[in-house]
Ligand binder design. Structure first.
Ligand code: GRF
Length: 194
């Protein structure tokens, strides 16, 4: 895994598809002195992703890629990330599955946050499924991305107890609060542990 060199922060791209609350949180974290990363690039597959507004607010380069042709999009992204010297990719609510070829190009340099206690509840609608199955806990996981969906090596997890009468919405909100704590912690763990 890459390490930050001296005072130079690791140039990071965040991939989003929606609201971007994790993106905003990572930008704030990146501005702290102890953060090993700087956010230099925001990428979305959706033109109307709300999170793109953080590009303007925080003066970070942002770009939308059309995934109609997945392989072309990935090819363009790879060259764009190389040009911009990006060394880490943080997926944050990015709803496209990256190909094995793309992942190989950024080996050990792509991480993701997922709203469940992996390996349980890979994929979509994690909270709905956890409530339906009467689980005691849900939570979130930060993991390295490999070529299988939500299956790479786990970096950190946080459990969240599912309350009585919990709704999908309330659970989502409570887990999101934990996601905002977990993602920076996981990044610190990767780059500062010996
Ligand atoms: C988060 O719950 C994340 O774990 C999931 O999608 C949601 C994105 O939220 N993959 P936001 O766009 O960061 O607000």
């Amino acid at each position: 895994m890459i390490k930050s060199i001296g005072s130079n922060k690791i140039k990071t791209a965040v991939f989003i598809s929606g609201t971007g609350s994790n993106l905003k949180n990572l930008i704030k974290f990146s501005k702290q002195k102890n953060s090993p990363i700087s956010i230099d690039y925001i990428l979305s597959n959706k033109r109307d992703a709300k999170g793109l507004s953080f590009g303007k607010i925080f003066k970070i380069k942002k770009k939308v890629f059309d995934f109609t042709k997945h392989s072309t999009a990935e090819k363009n992204i790879i060259s764009e990330l190389k040009i911009n010297d990006i060394n880490l990719i943080c997926l944050a609510g990015f709803m496209k599955v990256l190909s094995a070829n793309f992942i190989k190009k950024f080996k050990h340099k792509i991480i993701n946050i997922h709203p469940s206690l992996l390996p349980d509840y890979r994929g979509l609608n994690t909270h709905k499924r956890a409530i339906k199955n009467k689980e005691k806990y849900s939570g979130c996981t930060v993991h390295f991305v490999n070529s299988k969906l939500d299956s790479g090596k786990i970096i950190l997890q946080k459990k969240v107890r599912i309350k009585k009468n919990e709704t999908f919405k309330s659970l989502e909100e409570r887990v999101l609060i934990q996601e905002h704590k977990l993602y920076p912690k996981a990044i610190l763990k990767i780059f500062t542990s010996p």
